[in-house]
Ligand binder design. Sequence first.
Ligand code: MOS
Length: 706
Amino acid sequence: MSELFPARAIGTPMTRLDGAVKVTGTAPYAYDQPVEQPLFLHPVQATIARGRIISFDSAAAEAMAGVVTVLTHLNAPKLFGTEDAELAILQSAEVGFRGQLIGAVLAESPETAREAAGVVKVEYAVEPHDAQLRADHPALYAPEQVNAGFPTDTRQGDVDAALTSAAVSLDQTYTTPPEHNNPMEPHTTVASWDGTTLTLYDSTQGTYSVLSTLAPVFGLATENIRVIAPHVGGGFGSKGVPHAHVVLAALAAQCCTGRPVKFALTRQQMFSLTGYRTPTIQRVQLGADGDGRLTAIAMDVVEQTSRIKEFAEQTAVPSRMMYAAGNRRATHRLVKLDVPVPSWMRAPGECPGMFGPEVAMDELAVACGLDPIELRIRNEPDVDPDSGNPYASRHLLECFRLGAVRFGWGERVPAPCSRQEDGWLIGTGVASSTYPFYRQPNNTARISYGMAGDDTGTAGAAPEGRYTVQIGAADIGTGTWTTLTQIAADALGCPVETVRLEIGDTAYPMASVAGGSSGTASWGGAIVAAAEAFRSEYGTHPGPGDEAQAQPPENDDKKHFALHSFGAQFAEVRVCADTGEIRVSRMLGVFFAGRIINPRTARSQFIGGMTMGVGMALHEQGVMDPRFGIIVNHDFAEYHIPTNADIEDLDAIWLEDHDSHAGALGARGIGEIGIVGAAAAIANAAFHATGIRARDLPLTADKFLS
Ligand code: MOS
């Protein structure tokens, strides 16, 4: 199935086709898109965590030169669909969280809009709020399901009995803080409304996800919304679904007929408006026999969602399938708080959910006197313990074995605190990584052959001898422009130079979101199907104007096989014996994710994920002040992410193979697996360096000063 066509371009480290326009600053991001006579929007945000708006005083704002209008729930147009409370802004006086969009100033310049928004006065009737997550919160509840449709609770065997009779057992609680997506390009929308059609230039991971979400909100037919996103400066999940700012921009465009509206969120606004990773409290219990073979695995997670809308991170899900054990339990409990709405952040579920259990495995290895890699070898399952299906291809242990050689694991002295150089304690640690394989249905690609004499770059008409390949996919900085061109070239059996790719526009056929690490397999599968349809209809000598469109067949293999990617994370840290300062001096990730389409852009995804994992391990922490319901460190001065100086020797490698169950390309996703397990490997290395077991992220210096 995976060798349908010879790979000539696939597998080569082709440089980014969008590289030149990006480094020369000419790639049009959403806010750069030229529109006629735009108005600029600056929002008014709620300054209470819960209550009602009593009145607005916008006279001073309206009196400012250059202010066109001030929009509030009192004068905004009614939305058609208000079921999604995150998106139903300016529809009532209710305030659901601090930072919520409650108004907007539209002005002739962004500076004027911002200044005017600052003088809009709002009077509230404040109601008591609750913004504090705790494991014993009386309002904990079990959601119907968790993100991506997984069951909330699963149980096999008798965990409690197995824990009681285990030769070695562990019962520990691990926590991860709120974490905030900070793509380099802030969330921006340029909206225009001509009375019939809403056109959105949006910084999004999914042109069609914006379209399908907003159509019912505005009561528009899908053909009356067009979403355009040729270049996107990162998203990490925060641009996977449209958030309320997109609605506000569109609403403003609708009520100021004739003038497009430009709206760019500030970095501070992103902390309350674009989703974030919920804090998690993870109780992990492991039971093992005297040889370190697991008999029980339990993971009970407590996390938060917002009162106005549920998002249930699937944190306990990876514990269901990582290791063999006859008795298992994985549960999720949520509490609805008066806080911003949590959402997707790189590897929702797997990323936080592989922290607690992978540190627990390290603790168990110590308790059993085993090397942590050996412990994982002893607990390698024959089949997926959750579904009972065989793994399509797991290769976790090969990742560990290859990594052990490359990283020099054999030289490690097992005892903690055994290496010190110049006042720095040095240690190494490992953790497993995993991410599911997703390929989304209904992706469609269109391929047409060039018309003679047309060299204008018009959509759908490449010059003769060239193929135009169209799909509404978004390149969020991952390399999609390049990798889909490589896939199209090989699927058509032509050089990459003869392919003209057109993406990032709902004028092109349906494409699923750049999320769940599913983009390349989903869109690439559609391109392969369209190439097959084109070739079977027109052969290898098509005529000008020949065109074919197709969807790939459904992947039935997911019913019979467990489809997951795996990896092994190795980390070396230095901890200053006097100050507790911690540095990641070396890191190696070894992954198996099926066929790699482009090793250059793939490496960038892996090391990018690992770098974000360093941030999760050492820096990232949204600090909630429960008195006000606000993340107080809502900027880069105080919410820290890694800089170049924080990343020393960091590398990623992968096993060369394809996955014959992963569709026509044999490629699984790579966007998220790099972050999974990274923080646990670093925490385990910190224990090895210092003998201090830190179970709460991030690993700040104070944790190593006992
Ligand atoms: Mo990724 S969090 O699935 O966009």
